[in-house]
Design a protein around this ligand. Sequence first.
Ligand code: C2E
Ligand code: MG
Ligand code: MG
Ligand code: MG
Length: 276
Amino acid sequence: RAKSHGHSTLEIFDEAMGEMAFRRMHLETQLRKDLSDHAPAFWVAYQPIVDPLTARIVGVEALARWHSHGQSVSPDEFIRIAEESDLIHDLGLRVLRTSLAATTVWSPLQPDLSLAVNVSPVQLRRADFCERVREALREQGLSPHLLCLEITEGALLESSSVSIRNLTELHQAGVRLAVDDFGSGYSSLSQLRRFAVHRLKADKSFAEDIPLLRAVADLGVALRCEVLAEGIETAEQRDTLVQLGYRLAQGYFWHKPRPASEIEHLLVRQAAQNTT
Ligand code: C2E
Ligand code: MG
Ligand code: MG
Ligand code: MG
């Protein structure tokens, strides 16, 4: 029997499960603490959004960053933990307020700079979400149309009436809506039409796929919304985008997500170039 060889498969499995559960619990506790303490371990990085033709920075996307005991934890992991607990509301609001404050500081350098912030479907299910966003905008004094909230296709599929009301009210408040990782999920065109979508972000996995990038570009024309290509890493991919008429892009080819201070340097340099 397996037992006689030491650990049974089941025991090893149990142990692995136990370790995973322990890590998850530990991270949740730590994240809760860091968020409530306003610890510097939790911060916001910004990835420039550029015009692929000129490389001009036209906006930034706020991306949450977290270090637990000096080790950076991937957003994919800690966002899921935050979504499965109640932490996503605090976390999301923290990212929103921090990034709105930063954008307000940057706007004298570039008045049309837009800010993209990721929103979890869990946040949309809370009745006061839209009001919180409006409050944050009022506090920071940023024009609502400079804020673009990114939601994944999954969130559009939600039929929860609260989510729908939030999305509708945000639109009425002048806030823009982007569909993130577009093409990786299951939303249908009719679902897209239910909401006033301002921007489609072609999923990173399309960066190498010219026909799919073209399809998203065509869809943008049909739905009268902006299209953006994510995950662009090479000059060749950039050239493709330009040929397809994309006016918005993001990727390591131009910039990785960076701390606010570095974004400020980039914007100062860009503003100086514009005046010379
Ligand atoms: P996302 O919103 O689709 O963000 C784009 C991800 O692609 C980011 O990963 C970014 O660092 C990465 N990326 C950008 N350019 C390139 C590139 O050229 N190549 C490659 N391979 N990757 C690139 P990150 O920062 O790890 O975030 C992962 C996901 O976590 C985000 O995907 C978003 O869904 C979620 N996330 C991050 N911050 C927040 C937040 O504040 N709230 C919520 N709800 N979700 C967030
Ligand atoms: Mg995003
Ligand atoms: Mg994405
Ligand atoms: Mg993503």
